[in-house]
Design a binder for this molecule. Structure first.
Ligand code: HEM
Length: 204
């Protein structure tokens, strides 16, 4: 029962934050993060292209990725699992490579830049490794890498939980943002490593 509730919370939060970038279709340049950006950056076409590629394909990856972790769905709908997996992988490639560019201009300077860049690299490497593993027929490695991939992707959810709490705690958005650039993903990767370890000990 607790497992079922946890999965529902996991799915709902993934879909809700996956849909969040839609807000950017309806708002002007002063919304949220954009209000902290210099005018020159907001008018830069490469930054705009990569920013919107990042948020919409990131939203797609987050919004569909959770489905893949439901055992019942996976075994009953293997064809759909493969289709969703391919869409997820392409979305991660587009969003992940874009994130590496926009990370260079992250609010909060070098600490935030480095935090988001590490996250982007982990997201891309684990996803590509997960895809290549299944192409070679290695289901165990595929599952393990994809757990790491989605733990990185889920940073979009955990960031939006940590950021308001840290902003209230420090009474300073920039300090909170520098911390969250790391805190949004490091614990997720630790949890992913624990889950993978448990799976490995079950398989022995
Ligand atoms: C997992 C790897 C990810 C990395 C490395 C990453 C990196 C970044 C970076 C560097 C920024 C700009 C920060 C700034 O300029 O200060 C950003 C903004 C943003 N990202 Fe991501 N991101 C990732 C995943 C996602 C996902 C899965 C989503 C899906 C919802 C997403 C949605 C957004 C949105 C909506 C913004 C704009 C800021 C906001 O409105 O809160 N990101 N991301």
């Amino acid at each position: 029962m607790i497992k079922k509730i946890a999965f529902i919370v996991f799915a709902l939060s993934s879909v809700a934050i996956g849909l969040y970038p839609i807000i950017y279709l309806f708002i002007d340049a002063n919304f949220g993060l954009l209000s902290s950006k210099p005018e020159a950056l907001l008018n830069n076409s490469l930054w705009n292209f990569t920013f919107y590629t990042h948020i919409y394909f990131g939203g797609l990856a987050l919004g569909i990725g959770w489905i893949q972790f439901n055992h019942e769905f996976r075994y009953k709908n293997l064809r759909l699992h493969k289709i969703i997996g391919k869409v997820y992988t392409v979305a991660v490639l587009l969003s992940g490579f874009s994130s590496l560019y926009i990370a260079c201009f992250a609010t909060g300077g070098i600490i935030a830049i480095f935090g988001f860049t590490c996250l982007g690299i982990i997201w891309l490497v684990s996803t590509i490794a997960g895809y290549l593993s299944i192409k070679k027929g290695n289901i165990v490695k595929h599952q393990e890498f994809m757990i790491f991939s989605y733990a990185a992707c889920f940073a979009a959810v955990t960031l939006r939980i940590w950021l308001p709490s840290l902003t209230v705690l420090f009474q300073d958005f920039i300090i909170a943002y520098k911390i969250v650039a790391w805190l949004c993903w490091v614990p997720n990767i630790v949890v992913a490593a624990i889950i993978v370890r448990r799976l490995q000990s079950k398989n022995v």
